[in-house]
Design a protein around this ligand. Structure first.
Ligand SMILES: [Zn+2]
Length: 158
């Protein structure tokens, strides 16, 4: 797989030293080729600096919901899953057959722009969520604003 041709730094694939990274960034962490030629990609959106700062669980939870709604809206043919990192510093994204840096970042930006004008957190109801009263839309908007402001640094992991 030529990840460089997709716009990624090959040096940032796989295990990385969390003491050396500089958040925020977007990286491809791994990929898996299937026997039929399909490719599944895993990406990190690292939002806060590891072992220095972290997101509150309310922000992490609301952002998870908003990213889910956004990827379903903008990338429904490729979107598999998005999930918060247990360390509360970012999110995992899994896509099928879409691994281009420019496209991943274009969609992230579109979702972040949507979050800024959101009046509600998607799926934040008891039928859709396991802790429907545990959300922080204002905090999610602040995170979206911070990520937009630093978009020119997303490609730099180290
Ligand atoms: Zn939820």
């Amino acid at each position: 797989m030529d990840v460089k041709a997709l716009g990624w730094d090959p040096e940032t694939l796989g295990e990385i030293d969390h003491r050396l990274v500089v958040a925020p960034y977007v990286r491809m962490s791994s990929y898996l080729k299937g026997s039929a030629g399909d490719v599944t990609y895993v990406f990190d959106l690292r939002a806060t600096q590891p072992n220095k700062t972290y997101l509150s669980t309310g922000v992490l939870h609301s952002f998870e919901h908003l990213l889910l709604a956004g990827f379903r809206k903008y990338l429904s043919d490729n979107f598999v899953s998005v999930a918060p990192m247990g360390c509360q510093t970012g999110f995992y994204l899994i896509l099928q057959n879409e691994g281009r840096f420019d496209e991943v970042c274009r969609v992230y930006r579109a979702i972040l722009d949507d979050i800024l004008t959101s009046d509600t957190v998607a799926y934040a109801t008891p039928d859709n969520c396991g802790q429907a009263d545990h959300h922080d839309l204002a905090g999610a908007k602040k995170l979206a604003q911070d990520l937009i402001a630093s978009q020119n640094k997303w490609s730099q992991v180290f």
